[in-house]
Design a protein around this ligand. Structure first.
Ligand code: FE2
Length: 256
């Protein structure tokens, strides 16, 4: 007997706050055509809004400047309008943690998410990350709220997933990479992601899309999220909190 998987309904008006859609400046979209294909895919999948988060201060893409991200977003917006796409696009960055971070956030243009008060930060994969509590404090006194990119991918959480709760209590908003749910980063990473989802430690989920292939991966990973956490939690992670972050409002967290 055949069993058919029930069709999953995705939340409406989703916002993606981590992707590499700006053409030609990091390891994301290679050119404008690929960026437009990504925009189209997000719009067709039910997204209303995207914040483009090119790598910034990453050792492999050290030439990227915040102004390049803003310029790229402007060019992409113009082309999107010409193509009849209505999805909203804002500039942001995925900032690689380094010594100069606290100084750089003093001039946060084209660096914070949609120009608001949240900043998306990534760490080297093997970083022991002992300084997260202090860093959240240092950023908050400068008026910046930290979002931690894909915690499930950091080696330290594979051994000590309980650290994630300390980070949330210290003020970090944890961002799930959706592809982690469909084993794009390996089974061990998916298990950490599912542990954090069960504990409701994530504040939002995002695609971290670099290229629109395979195109079904976006929908598949969103369906995996809905199946795992249910409609209400998916709404919180894909719609409510991402839009609150864009507007600079506090997120609905795991205690609410
Ligand atoms: Fe990324």
């Amino acid at each position: 007997m055949w069993f058919f998987r029930k069709k999953v309904e995705l939340p409406k008006g989703m916002a993606d706050l981590h992707n590499h859609i700006v053409p030609g400046i990091d390891d994301g979209a290679r050119d404008m055509e690929e960026s437009l294909a990504m925009l189209r895919l997000f719009q067709e999948t039910g997204f209303s809004t995207m914040v483009a988060t090119s790598h910034l201060d990453h050792p492999m893409f050290s030439k990227v400047q915040p102004s390049m991200i803003c310029e790229g977003v402007e060019q992409l917006k113009q082309r999107a309008t010409q193509e009849g796409l209505s999805i909203e696009l804002h500039p942001g960055a995925e900032v690689y943690y380094g010594d100069g971070l606290l100084e750089k956030v003093q001039t946060p243009a084209c660096m914070t998410l949609a120009g608001g008060s949240y900043i998306l930060i990534e760490f080297p994969p093997l970083d022991p990350m002992p300084h997260l509590k202090q860093l959240a404090f240092e950023l908050s006194v400068r008026g910046v709220l930290p979002v931690l990119a894909h915690p499930e991918r950091y080696e330290i959480l594979l051994d000590r997933p309980q650290l994630a709760k300390d980070w949330v209590h210290a003020g970090w908003v944890l961002q799930l990479d959706l592809p982690s749910l469909i084993d794009a980063n390996g089974k061990a990473v998916r298990k950490v992601a599912q542990t954090l989802l069960r504990q409701r430690l994530y504040g939002l989920a995002a695609s971290d899309m670099h290229h629109p292939d395979p195109p079904e991966a976006l929908r598949d990973s969103l369906e995996a999220l809905v199946r795992y956490v249910g409609d209400d939690e998916a709404q919180r992670l894909m719609v409510d909190n991402p839009h609150r972050i864009i507007k600079g409002k506090g997120i609905i967290d795991f205690d609410d």
